[in-house]
Ligand binder design. Structure first.
Ligand code: PMP
Length: 350
């Protein structure tokens, strides 16, 4: 190890992304990507980009993109922050709103980056255990003495709380920031975006990576009061003012403009999820009720590790988390009907 490495980085446990095999012809159901291509309007926007556009820096205010997002959600562009993936939005929020030593709360089983950012920024993080059936016990989040992050629907469980239930948490913590990570909200959930004008302690974070099939472009957004957005902009202009590149900007705008394609593809994924969940249950699996583009499921006969290996040997990649409480489960992204049928056909008899 280099003698120049900072103490904090020396001690960090980093986020481990799902495998991205380069070649090998896998059916890839391990990182919750969309099985369908982005909107044809995105493809057209990328194709029509003037050849000399990349020589210029992108618009650091990202105004056209913010306007497209604002139009989709009936917001003001001042209520929109855009980042290089929602990971960057989350990281910027940690920077903008939490000081070293601050307390933050999140579930013991949730998106791994909350813990990673907490140690990167020197926060005092407390993990609140999920209930035994894996739902987030929202009563544990009432009147906390620190800020909080809640993924809704949660990952990797896929379980969801209604907007009304989330509103009770926001209301019960008026002097704490409540960050709601809605990476998977478009697959059957009700977003908390309409609450941002009512609560100045709410930041909603979403992504183009899942329901908009743009994981490779890296684009996410945060929605909150103009004051919260201003603070996020301050972080961005202290670190990386050109965080959204020209291609991503064009892709994001076109994606937001094609509501019909977005609705059609998310509807297809939800239908595939419901059919696949029922098929797994018929084969004896325990399947949590998902409101996302993945299912969290457990075999009756094989351990999580064994089934992961078994499927990988058959060129099907799913996600296994070798951590307490969930090591018997697999997180399986929803692909096309054909891909899910191939997985079902490959399963051993239960
Ligand atoms: N939040 C959750 C809950 C996620 O599962 C992911 C995807 N790994 C992200 C945020 C980050 O997604 P992205 O950076 O691709 O927008």
């Amino acid at each position: 190890m280099s003698r120049f490495i900072s103490k904090r980085i020396q001690e960090m446990s980093v986020y481990v992304p799902g495998e991205q095999p380069q070649g090998g012809n896998f059916i890839k159901l391990n990182t919750n990507e969309n099985p369908y291509p982005p909107s044809p309007m995105v493809t057209a926007a990328l194709r029509e980009m003037p050849a000399d556009k990349p020589k210029l820096y992108p618009d650091p205010s990202c105004m056209a993109l913010k306007r497209a997002i604002a139009e989709f959600y009936k917001l003001d562009a001042k209520e929109v922050f855009v980042g290089n993936g929602s990971d960057e939005v989350l990281s910027s929020a940690f920077r903008a709103f939490f000081d070293e030593g601050d307390k933050v709360y999140f579930a013991d089983i949730t998106y791994g980056f909350y813990k990673v950012y907490s140690s990167l920024y020197g926060l005092q993080a407390t993990e609140i255990p999920l209930a035994t059936d894996f739902h987030i016990e929202l009563s544990d989040y009432m009147g906390l003495d620190g800020h909080m992050l809640i993924a809704n629907p949660n990952a990797p469980t896929g379980l969801y709380h209604t907007r009304q239930e989330m509103e009770a948490v926001i209301q019960a913590n008026p002097d704490r920031l409540v960050i709601i990570d809605e990476a998977y909200i478009d697959f059957g959930g009700e977003s908390c975006i309409p609450l941002i004008r009512k609560y100045d302690n709410l930041l909603v974070v979403q992504t183009f990576s899942k329901s908009r099939a743009l994981a490779g472009m890296r684009l996410g957004f945060g929605i909150g009061s103009p004051a919260l957005v201003e603070a996020l902009e301050k972080v961005k202009f202290s670190m990386n003012p050109y965080n959204i590149n020209q291609m991503t900007m064009a892709a994001g705008i076109a994606s937001m403009q094609d509501r019909g394609y977005f609705e059609e593809t998310t509807r297809k994924i939800v239908a595939t999820r419901e059919r696949f969940s029922a098929e797994l249950q018929a084969r004896g699996f325990t399947v949590l009720p998902s409101r996302t583009n993945f299912v969290f499921a457990k075999s009756q006969t094989l351990s999580g590790r064994e089934l992961y290996e078994y499927l990988k040997d058959r060129k099907i990649l799913v996600r296994h988390f070798d951590v307490p409480r969930i090591s018997e489960y697999l997180r399986i992204s929803i692909g096309t009907d054909q891909e899910m049928d191939a997985l079902l056909a490959a399963l051993p008899q239960e």
